[in-house]
Write a protein that binds this ligand. Structure first.
Ligand SMILES: [Zn+2]
Ligand SMILES: [Zn+2]
Length: 259
């Protein structure tokens, strides 16, 4: 069963291709369940996300495709929401969707995964950055507002690695995720980035498995060509670690399916 719950649309202003092109690519790759989870609107970083006014069009478009593609591929509707205290909006948090992915892309408003702001890594202590990042992931889990943790170790994107053992930062976050009963995704976008490995690393995934944290899969595609890219590698890693099932969400309820 091929599942892919993290995919974008052109509404975020940094993706390309029509929704149907994404679905065609997914069908071609053998995906059974495909979710759109575009960047949700917020009153910060508006340039890289849909506006509040676009929410109804986004939701209606995906729901129409859900009907039209029934029998060919199951289409799910979600949002990727920024965990950014003071900027989360109830229109997004209470949207009528299948799931919400919670992601940390900002540390004190620093867009650390954006190449535009890469210089800031040199001005900060790398261990502090990692500490702060995973603390933010743990806080996100504690809010219980989201279903899935987006790219749990995104902080490695540009390969600025900490001097201390990564698990000293990641473990408290995993424990908070377990406590909140959230799912983590194996996000293959990392393969396309300087870090050249999925989110999470195998080491973190192994710990998640030991804690019995469910997984799902996401291409984090920003173009049809990125749909299902490296999905074989992601599934192989999940199985090597011991996972036999993955999670999907319908109407904010988790169901487990065989991988
Ligand atoms: Zn994006
Ligand atoms: Zn993201």
């Amino acid at each position: 069963m091929k599942v892919d719950l993290h995919n974008h649309t052109t509404r975020c202003n940094h993706a390309e291709g029509s929704e149907e092109e994404y679905l065609q690519a997914a069908i071609k790759a053998g995906t059974s369940i495909f979710g759109f989870s575009d960047h949700a609107p917020m009153d910060f970083d508006q340039k890289y996300r849909m506006s509040f006014a676009q929410m109804s069009d986004y939701e209606a478009t995906v729901k129409e495709l859900q009907k039209r593609y029934a029998g060919k591929i199951e289409v799910l509707l979600g949002y990727e929401v920024d965990y950014l205290p003071g900027h989360m909006d109830k229109h997004v948090l209470e949207a009528d969707v299948d799931y919400l992915i919670g992601s940390v892309h900002f540390l004190d408003k620093w867009g650390f995964d954006n190449p535009e702001f890469i210089k800031e890594y040199e001005e900060k202590n790398i261990d502090d950055i990692w500490q702060k990042y995973f603390q933010s992931i743990a806080e996100m889990a504690e809010t219980k507002l989201f279903d899935i943790v987006g790219h749990i170790d995104l902080i490695k994107v540009f390969k600025f690695m900490p001097t201390k053992d990564i698990m000293t930062f990641a473990m408290p976050a995993l424990e908070a995720i377990k406590k909140a009963d959230m799912t983590i995704e194996i996000n293959t976008a990392g393969y396309r980035k300087p870090c050249a490995q999925p989110y999470p690393s195998k080491e973190i995934l192994q710990k998640a498995y030991e804690l019995e944290i469910p997984i799902t899969f996401g291409s984090d595609a920003h173009s049809p060509a990125q749909v299902a890219l490296y999905s074989e590698e992601a599934e192989a890693m999940a199985k090597e670690v011991g996972y036999t099932e993955c999670a999907i969400y319908r109407n904010r309820k988790r169901e487990m399916l065989p991988i």
